[in-house]
Design a protein around this ligand. Structure first.
Ligand SMILES: Cc1cc2nc3c(=O)[nH]c(=O)nc-3n(C[C@H](O)[C@H](O)[C@H](O)COP(=O)(O)OP(=O)(O)OC[C@H]3O[C@@H](n4cnc5c(N)ncnc54)[C@H](O)[C@@H]3O)c2cc1C
Length: 461
C-alpha cells in the first residue's frame, strides 16, 4: 500500500487527522480537494478501522466488521460510486428460520410465523418506538421533550412496560444485540430513539430488503478505505498511534509513535471511547471528557464458517436465522457475489461475546458450529474454514459496532459530541446525525468536519 512508514520524523501540515477509518479518510480527502495539506495518523497497520476484509482466496473476501448498506445511505453510496466500488444484493431468496424456545420455524419475508398475539405485541412496540423517535430532534436529541426522563429510562425498563410477551421481548433483545452490540439493560431509551430516527425508523435498522442489510460492496467494505488511502498516498501513516495533542492559539502539536506533527488544527476521527486514551494539553473541557467516559463501545463478535457451497440455498433457505439457543443469536448468508464459496456469518452480541472470547479456540468453534448445525443441518458442522472477529478484543476499537452513551449521558453531555475543543475537531460515526453509528454516518461526519475546519480557518472550499 503506498503509504508512508512510521519512521521518527517531524511533519508540518495544515490539518492532522487522527484515525484512518472512513470518517478520517473522507475528511482528509475533502481537505486535500480544497487545497490543504493533511497527515492521517493511523494506529493500526491497516486502514479501515471498524471495517475489515478477511481474504477467502481467489480474490474473494468476507467482511468481519461493518459491511451492509441500505437504500437511504446516500453518502456512503455516493463515495462508493466515486471510488468505482459497486454493490450487490445480500442473498435473500428463500425462507428465514426462527428458532425460539426449542422450536424451529421457517418463514418468508420480514414477519416471522408466530402466534398472532406475539406478532401484535412486536408490531405495537415497534410502532410506538417509531412514534416516540419522531419527538427526538436529530441535531440535538438532548433537547427532546422529556429528554432527561427518556435518557434515565433503559430500553429494558421501557420493554417491561410496553412489550407484554416473553417471545416478543426475546426478539427485541436479539435485534438490539446485533444492531447496538448491547443488551436492553445497557441502552438509554433516548439514545435508542435518536438512533432509530437517525436511520429513518426501526425497520430500516433491522430489515434486509429495503433496510440496512440490503446490499454489500463488491470487494468488501474495507476497499473503500483502501482506495481512499491509495489516493492520499504518503500522507497516510500507519502504525502511528497518536498519544498526545497539545494546542495553543497558533496551532496544535501532536505526538504519535515515531512522528511529531505540527498543524493548524486536528481532526480526531476515532470512536469516543478511544479519545480518552489520547492525552490532551490543555486538558479537554470536563464535560467533553465526561461524555467520552460515558460512551463505552458495544461488543460484537462475527463468527464465519466457510463451505464449498452455500448448501442452505438448496434447502430453500436464505441463511438468515434468529435463535435464542446461543451463543449465536442471528445468522446471514455472507457468500461473495458469485455464491462461492458458501459463507455463513453469525453474530454473538454484548456480554455473551465478551464471555465467548474467554473460552479456548476449539471450544468457541464447537459451540458456534453446533449452533449452525442445529439451524442448517449436518453439513454445517464441517466447514472448510472457520474464523472469528471479536471487536471487544481489538486494541484500537475495544468493541463495536458503535459506542453507546450510558443512560443519562446523552441528555447531560451530548452537546459535546461535535463541539470542537479549541483547535481539536471531532468526527466518527457516533457524531453523525443521519445513520449515526453506521458507515454512512462515518462518511457524513467526515464531510461535516472537513467543512467545519475549512470554515474555522477561513480557508476556501
Ligand atoms: C462487527 C461490526 C459490524 C458492523 N456492521 C455494520 C454494517 O453492516 N453496516 C454499517 O454501515 N456499519 C456497520 N458497522 C459500523 C461501521 O463499521 C462503523 O460505523 C464505521 O466503520 C466507523 O467508521 P469511523 O471512521 O467512524 O471509525 P473507525 O472505523 O473506528 O476508525 C477509527 C480509526 O482510528 C484509529 N485509531 C484509534 N485510536 C487512534 C489513535 N490514538 N491514533 C491513531 N489512530 C487511532 C483506529 O485504528 C481506526 O482505524 C459495524 C461495525 C462492527 C464492528
Amino acid at each position: 500500500m503506498p503509504v508512508g512508514s512510521a519512521e521518527r520524523r517531524e511533519v508540518d501540515v495544515d490539518v492532522l487527522v487522527v484515525g484512518a477509518g472512513l470518517a478520517g479518510l473522507v475528511a482528509a480527502r475533502a481537505l486535500v480537494a480544497a487545497g490543504r495539506t493533511t497527515l492521517v495518523a493511523e494506529s493500526r497497520d491497516r486502514v479501515g478501522g471498524r471495517t475489515l476484509n478477511h481474504p477467502l482466496g481467489d480474490g474473494e473476501v468476507a467482511e468481519v466488521g461493518g459491511q451492509w448498506v441500505g437504500p437511504t445511505q446516500e453518502r456512503v453510496l455516493a463515495l462508493a460510486a466515486e471510488l468505482g466500488v459497486k454493490t450487490f444484493r445480500t442473498h435473500y431468496d428463500g425462507k428465514n428460520l426462527l428458532d425460539l424456545g426449542g422450536r424451529r420455524r421457517r418463514y418468508r419475508g420480514a414477519i416471522p410465523r408466530m402466534a398472532p398475539h406475539v406478532l401484535l405485541d412486536v408490531d405495537r412496540a415497534r410502532r410506538r418506538l417509531d412514534r416516540l423517535a419522531q419527538t427526538v430532534p436529530l441535531e440535538a436529541p438532548w433537547k427532546a421533550d422529556r429528554a432527561a426522563e427518556l435518557d434515565a429510562t433503559t430500553v429494558a425498563s421501557w420493554m417491561d412496560r410496553n412489550v407484554r410477551t416473553r417471545r416478543a421481548r426475546t426478539l427485541f433483545e436479539i435485534a438490539l444485540g446485533s444492531a447496538w452490540g448491547a443488551r436492553s439493560s445497557e441502552l438509554s431509551l433516548l439514545w435508542l430513539l435518536f438512533y432509530v430516527r437517525s436511520a429513518g425508523g426501526f425497520d430500516a435498522i433491522i430489515d434486509t430488503e429495503g433496510g440496512a442489510q440490503q446490499d454489500r460492496f463488491i470487494g468488501g467494505s474495507q476497499i473503500l478505505s483502501e482506495r481512499m488511502a491509495k489516493g492520499l498516498g504518503e500522507s497516510v501513516v500507519l502504525d502511528a498511534p497518536v498519544r498526545r495533542i497539545e494546542q495553543d492559539g497558533d496551532g496544535i502539536v501532536a505526538g504519535a509513535d515515531g512522528l511529531e506533527v505540527g498543524a493548524r488544527r486536528a481532526i480526531v476521527a476515532v470512536p469516543p471511547n478511544m479519545t480518552s486514551r489520547i492525552s490532551f494539553r490543555p486538558n479537554l473541557p470536563g464535560r467533553r471528557d465526561q461524555l467520552a467516559q460515558r460512551m463505552p463501545a458495544g461488543a460484537l463478535t462475527k463468527c464465519t464458517a466457510v463451505y464449498a457451497e452455500p448448501f442452505w440455498r438448496e434447502d430453500g433457505l436464505t441463511g438468515e436465522a434468529v435463535t435464542d439457543h446461543g451463543p449465536i443469536e442471528s445468522t446471514f448468508d455472507n457468500s461473495p457475489p458469485g455464491g462461492s464459496p458458501g459463507v455463513m456469518l453469525g453474530f454473538i452480541p454484548g456480554s455473551t461475546a465478551v464471555e465467548h472470547a474467554r473460552l479456548p479456540v476449539s471450544e468457541r468453534r464447537r459451540l458456534v458450529l453446533d449452533c449452525y448445525q442445529r439451524l442448517f443441518g449436518e453439513a454445517a458442522g464441517s466447514p472448510l474454514d472457520y474464523f472469528e472477529q471479536s471487536w471487544a478484543e481489538e486494541e484500537w476499537s475495544r468493541g463495536g459496532p458503535v459506542c453507546n452513551p450510558a443512560p443519562g449521558a446523552l441528555s447531560a453531555y451530548g452537546e459535546e459530541l461535535r463541539r470542537p475543543a479549541g483547535r481539536v475537531h471531532w468526527a466518527g460515526a457516533e457524531t453523525a446525525t443521519v445513520w449515526c453509528g453506521y458507515m454512512d454516518g462515518a462518511v457524513r461526519s467526515g464531510e461535516r468536519v472537513a467543512a467545519e475546519v475549512l470554515a474555522a480557518e477561513g480557508w476556501q472550499i
